[in-house]
Design a protein around this ligand. Structure first.
Ligand SMILES: O=C(O)CCC(=O)C(=O)O
Ligand SMILES: [Fe+2]
Length: 317
């Protein structure tokens, strides 16, 4: 027999239902909404166990309602982490023409479990600096629906991750603005294409915030709705990040760049944000379709290691 892929092996080895001590009891799980813009903590759940249909359905509903779920006190290896994440969908594997964080030279895709660390040569894709608010893989044809980050090693200072509720941000706009932006499409250019070209460096670098029509494009851009609809709840959300080079389709340059700047300032308001102070063993599972996330910097000499799994999503609508 041929060797199994890591994902197949993970599910092959996963705990089975008849191992009753390995089956999560749904009644032990408590979901506690966070007072504020978004998020809920999940207590009493061991993500390393086999999960019942009732549990996964409850978690999916909670995710759709709260947009981020925080699982406390987890201890998993990569295979167990993959097996848990796979209950919620397929692993995000973009084609090689859409480079993303951690895309590998040889395969053209990122690994299933991506180390996000500042240790040189061990997944130091994002270093220790600030990360502007973004939705993972927004610049691809089919951005991921959700991602999970699992905290393994944390710095003493800084490194908090914040999530922004882009449904609330959309809802808070005045009716005239909503009516104006509802039918617009936005291209978000891939910062990893720019990083690989000679025109810029390390991700955003000095990338422009808006592309004017007389400026060259870097790589392909995919037009998605500026206001997207959540596939399960039907709620509308702003689909725009803080820092990528973007362009409104069929729109005046000056007016477009001003509109985008105004919407960006609006999105980042504290009333739409939850800041997470990581504890070792936390797994945060978020909906990329209707949230953004950003990270505060931390001292370069302090080690930080999280592991990310991203799940495949649909073309935004
Ligand atoms: O390091 C962090 O807190 C966030 C990193 C990030 O944006 C990601 O893994 O998608
Ligand atoms: Fe991210």
């Amino acid at each position: 027999m041929t060797a199994l892929s890591p994902l197949s092996q993970a599910i092959f080895d996963a705990p089975r239902w008849h191992q009753s001590e390995q089956l999560q009891n749904d009644h032990d799980i408590e979901i506690r909404p966070i007072q504020g813009a978004l998020g809920a903590e999940v207590w009493g759940l061991d993500t390393g166990k086999a999960q019942s249909g009732a549990t996964i359905f409850r978690l999916k509903q909670a995710l759709a309602e709260h947009l981020i779920l925080i699982f406390k006190g987890q201890t998993l290896d990569d295979a167990q982490y993959l097996a848990f994440a796979s209950y919620f969908g397929a692993i995000f594997r973009p084609s090689a023409d859409n480079p993303v964080l951690a895309t590998q030279q040889d395969t053209g895709i990122p690994p299933d479990v991506i180390p996000v660390s500042n240790a040189v040569g061990q997944g130091d894709y994002t270093g220790h600096g600030e990360l502007a608010a973004h939705a993972d893989h927004q610049w691809t044809p089919q951005p991921s629906f959700g991602s999970l980050l699992y905290a393994i090693e944390l710095p003493q200072d800084g490194g908090q991750t914040s999530w922004y509720n882009t449904i609330k941000a959309y809802d808070a706009l005045d009716e005239a603005t909503k009516a104006h932006i509802d039918g617009l499409q936005l291209i978000t250019y891939n910062p990893f294409v720019r990083a690989n070209s000679n025109t810029g460096q390390n991700g955003y670098g000095n990338t422009p915030l808006y592309r004017f029509k007389d400026q060259p494009t870097v790589g392909y851009g995919y037009a998605h709705p500026l206001v997207r609809t959540h596939p399960e709840t039907g709620r509308k959300a702003l689909w725009l990040n803080e820092r990528s080079e973007v362009e409104l389709v069929n729109y005046d340059d000056q007016a477009g760049s001003q509109l985008i700047a105004t919407l960006r300032a609006h999105l980042l308001k504290p009333e739409f944000r939850y800041e997470h102070n990581w504890q070792q063993g936390d797994i945060v599972f978020w909906d990329n379709q209707v949230t953004l996330h950003s990270r505060k910097p931390f001292p370069s000499e302090q080690r930080r290691l999280l592991k990310r799994i991203s799940l495949a999503g649909a073309r935004p609508f």
